[in-house]
Design a protein around this ligand. Structure first.
Ligand SMILES: [Zn+2]
Length: 456
C-alpha cells in the first residue's frame, strides 16, 4: 500500500469509527481507576472486551487485588520487528473539595471535548492506541512483525505493580524493537513532542527531633521547627551539585526554534511563563518542599518536625551523590544536626528517609528509525514538524530503558523508548481536565500510521 493510500484508508476508517472512538474513550473515563488505592480492574476489562470483540489476541490479563495489567498482540508476519504501545490505566484522584465544571467521572462530551479525570493523562491516548490497532486490523494492513499492546496499572504511584511487574513477569512478551508510551507530551502552541528522556526523582523525608518544653520558657527546650528552618535554608543556600546538563538551555531552545522559527519561538518563550519554566527545569537540579508537619498545641514546643522535599535530577545527576551532598550540608550546621542511622539511634537528632528514588533515564541513541517515522507521521497528521525533547517528570519509560538493576530486575528491555501522546500536558492532574475530540482522532491516526510504517 502506498503512503498516500494508507493515509486515505486510515482517514476513512477513522471517520467511520468516530462515534465508536469517542464512546470508547468516554467509557474508560467512567471507570474510576483512581490510584491510590489503584482499582484499574474495571477499566482494564473494558479494554480487553474491546480488543476481544475485534479478535485481537490477549496474551495476559491480570486483575489481582483489583488492579489491571494487560498484554495483547496484533499479529503480523512472524519474523518482522516488534513495536510496543504502552499506557497506564490508573488516574490520580480528584482532591476533595476541588470544584469541577462537570462530573470528573462522567466522560461528558461538550464543546467538542471529552471532559474528565484521565482524559489527558492518559486514557485518551490509550483509547487512541487501542483504536489504532483495531483500525489496522479492520483495514487488513499487512504488518511485518507485531504490534504489542501493554496497558498497566500503578504508574501514578511509581509503577511497581504495573509496567515493572509486567516486564519482570513477562519479559519475553514485552521485548520489542521500539516502544511508545502514550503520556501527554504536548503543551499549548506546541506540536506533540517526542520525549527521549526524563528527569529523576528523590523524595526525601527529613525529621528533626528537638526537645519539647512549655513555649513560655523556650530556652529550656530545643525547637525542631527552628532547626528545620536552618536545614531548609542550608539546602537553599549551600547545596551545590551542578553538572553539565545533557542538553544546555541554549541547545533546548535551538531544538524548538528549528521547528517554530526563531522569532516565533522567542515570542512563545518570552510570553509563556510555563514554557520558560519548563525549559529551565530541564537543565538543572530542582527541589521543592511539599509537606511539612510539626506541633499540636499552641503553647508547646513540639518534639519533632518533618518535611518532605521533592528533588528532581537531570539525566546527569546521581541520586547517591546528591544524598551525600545533602548530608554534608546538614551535618555542617553544627553538632546538634548529627544524622541518625535509624529512628532509635539516640546519638543524632536528624533522620533522613528516602520515600522514592527514581533514576533519571534517557535514550542512549536518540537517532533511531522510530524517531524518523514519528517525525514523518507528525507532518502527515498535523501538517507541521515536531522535535525531540526531555520531560521534567518521570514515567514508566525508565523500566524499558532500564540500566538500573536496583529499580527493575530485567535490564534494558528496550532502549528505543519514547513518550509520545496528545492532549494538553498542562491539564494532566489538573482541575477540569479535558481532551479535544480532534486530538483523540488525530492521535488514533498517528498511532495507526506509525505502526503501519514501522512494521512495513
Ligand atoms: Zn501519566
Amino acid at each position: 500500500m502506498s503512503d498516500k493510500n494508507l493515509q486515505d484508508s486510515i482517514d476513512e476508517a477513522i471517520k467511520e469509527s468516530k462515534d465508536e472512538i469517542i464512546s470508547f474513550c468516554q467509557s474508560l473515563i467512567q471507570q474510576r481507576s483512581i490510584n491510590p488505592p489503584g482499582s484499574e480492574k474495571a477499566a482494564a476489562q473494558s479494554i480487553v472486551s474491546k480488543l476481544q470483540e475485534n479478535e485481537i489476541l490477549i496474551n495476559v490479563q491480570d486483575y489481582a487485588n483489583d488492579r489491571g495489567n494487560i498484554i495483547a498482540t496484533l499479529l503480523g508476519s512472524a519474523n518482522g520487528k516488534k513495536l510496543l504501545y504502552n499506557g497506564h490505566i490508573d488516574v490520580v484522584p480528584v482532591p476533595p473539595g476541588e470544584k469541577w465544571k462537570v462530573d470528573p467521572f462522567k466522560g461528558m462530551l461538550k464543546q467538542n471535548k471529552i471532559w474528565g479525570r484521565g482524559t489527558v493523562d492518559m486514557k485518551g491516548n490509550i483509547a487512541a492506541m487501542v483504536m489504532s490497532a483495531i483500525i489496522l486490523k479492520r483495514l487488513q494492513v499487512p504488518l511485518n512483525g507485531g504490534l504489542i499492546l501493554n496497558f498497566v496499572s500503578d504508574e501514578e504511584q511509581g509503577g511497581a505493580h504495573g509496567t515493572k511487574w509486567c516486564i519482570e513477569t513477562y519479559p519475553n512478551l514485552l521485548k520489542a524493537d521500539a516502544t511508545i508510551i502514550g503520556e501527554p507530551t504536548s503543551y499549548p502552541g506546541f506540536p506533540v513532542v517526542i520525549m527521549i528522556g526524563e528527569k529523576g526523582i528523590l523524595w526525601l523525608e527529613i525529621t528533626v527531633w528537638g526537645k519539647s518544653a512549655h513555649a513560655s520558657v523556650p530556652m529550656i527546650g530545643k525547637n525542631p521547627i527552628s532547626m528545620m528552618m536552618q536545614i531548609l535554608q542550608g539546602i537553599e543556600q549551600k547545596l551545590d551539585y551542578e553538572v553539565v546538563p545533557l542538553y544546555s538551555l541554549e541547545q533546548l531552545k535551538k531544538m524548538a526554534s528549528d521547528v517554530f522559527g526563531a522569532e516565533t519561538f522567542q515570542r512563545i518563550y518570552t510570553e509563556q511563563e510555563i514554557i520558560k519554566g519548563l525549559f529551565n527545569a530541564l537543565v538543572q537540579l530542582t527541589h521543592a518542599e511539599t509537606i511539612i508537619q510539626a506541633g499540636e498545641k499552641e503553647n508547646v514546643i513540639p518534639e519533632r518536625c518533618t518535611v518532605l522535599i521533592d528533588f528532581r535530577l537531570t539525566p546527569k545527576h546521581d541520586p547517591d551523590v546528591l544524598l551525600n551532598k545533602i548530608k554534608e550540608v546538614i551535618t555542617g550546621l553544627g553538632p546538634d544536626f548529627r544524622i541518625k542511622d535509624s529512628e532509635d539511634d539516640t546519638r543524632g537528632r536528624v533522620l533522613l528517609k528516602i520515600r522514592t528514588n527514581q533514576a533519571p533515564s534517557v535514550m542512549k541513541n536518540p537517532n533511531t528509525r522510530l524517531l524518523e517515522i514519528i517525525r514523518e507521521a507528525h507532518v502527515e497528521v498535523f501538517g507541521k514538524p515536531t522535535f525531540s525533547f526531555l520531560m521534567p517528570a518521570t514515567s514508566d519509560a525508565r523500566f524499558f530503558r532500564n540500566d538500573n538493576p536496583s529499580e527493575c530486575k530485567i535490564a534494558s528491555i528496550c532502549d528505543n523508548t519514547v513518550l509520545f501522546g496528545g492532549g494538553d500536558g498542562t491539564l494532566a492532574h489538573a482541575k477540569n481536565e479535558c481532551l479535544s475530540v480532534a486530538s483523540l482522532l488525530q492521535m488514533t491516526k498517528i498511532y495507526a500510521l506509525i505502526a503501519a510504517k514501522y512494521l512495513s
